[in-house]
Write a protein that binds this ligand. Structure first.
Ligand code: SF4
Length: 234
């Protein structure tokens, strides 16, 4: 099945200040569980987006560098063929999806993802009142034994598609913003339709500053990173 949309993202590392607003926005939008000290100390933290931090240079000329890492929505996704129940699948828009109620928790997908962006629910997480009031009604709450990860806020994509269909038009460039991109104060994250060569994301992805994470593995990610060019904010 073909689609006129191929969703992708560009992450401009020279704009990222490592503030973490995208991480919090993702957590709130997608009902990602908030873990405590114990879970984190056991490596069972929940996040669909993380900021990796690097130090470059020698003291006293040391600089911090930040790398937001989320599901790369690989076109040749290593997580998909290893799932025995087809919970990890590819949708017509090029997204790597996860069917939660099909997942039986083998964690093969997480082990086979070279970007370590899949997280497993080791617990039935709780949102005691009044925290339950912050749960988004557009998203599920995953239960113990289920693998989850970034969906590019598929609930927003679905809504925009329905709006566009009811108005007999295609989705406009910039009409969909995943929570992370909407929240980023420096405009470091740009989302859009890579299949439209005139979209902002497609134009940025042709920049000579572009690269992809672990490109040599041949996963063909939908996320493109930009680096270098003298616009450093850090
Ligand atoms: S980044 Fe990992 S989880 Fe996402 S599609 Fe690629 S292999 Fe699958």
């Amino acid at each position: 099945m073909t689609s006129q949309y191929r969703w992708g993202m560009v992450v401009d590392l020279d704009r990222c200040t490592g503030c973490g607003a995208c991480v919090v926005a993702c957590q709130a939008e997608n009902n990602v569980a908030i873990c405590g000290k114990k879970e984190i100390s056991e490596g069972r933290n929940m996040h669909w987006l993380r900021i990796e931090r690097f130090w470059v240079g020698q003291y006293p000329d040391v600089r911090a560098r930040f790398l937001p890492v989320l599901c790369q929505h690989c076109h040749d996704a290593p997580c998909e063929p290893v799932c025995p129940v087809y919970a990890s699948y590819h949708n017509p828009d090029g997204l790597n999806g996860q069917v939660y109620n099909r997942c039986v928790g083998t964690r093969y997908c997480g082990n086979n993802c070279p970007y370590a962006v899949r997280v497993f629910n080791f617990y039935n997480h709780e949102w005691p009142n009044p925290l339950d009031n912050q749960l988004s009604p557009d998203m599920t709450v995953r239960t113990r034994g289920v693998m989850e990860k970034c969906t590019f806020c598929i609930q927003r994509i679905r809504r925009a598609k329905e709006d566009a269909k009811s108005e007999n038009r295609t989705i406009r460039d910039g009409e969909i913003q995943p929570a992370c991109a909407q929240t980023c104060p420096t405009d470091a994250l740009v989302f859009g339709n890579m299949a439209d060569p005139r979209s902002r994301v497609a134009i940025l992805s042709r920049s000579p500053r572009r690269f992809r994470l672990l490109e040599h593995l041949g996963t063909h990610p939908s996320i493109c990173y930009l680096k270098g060019g003298g616009r450093e904010h850090v």
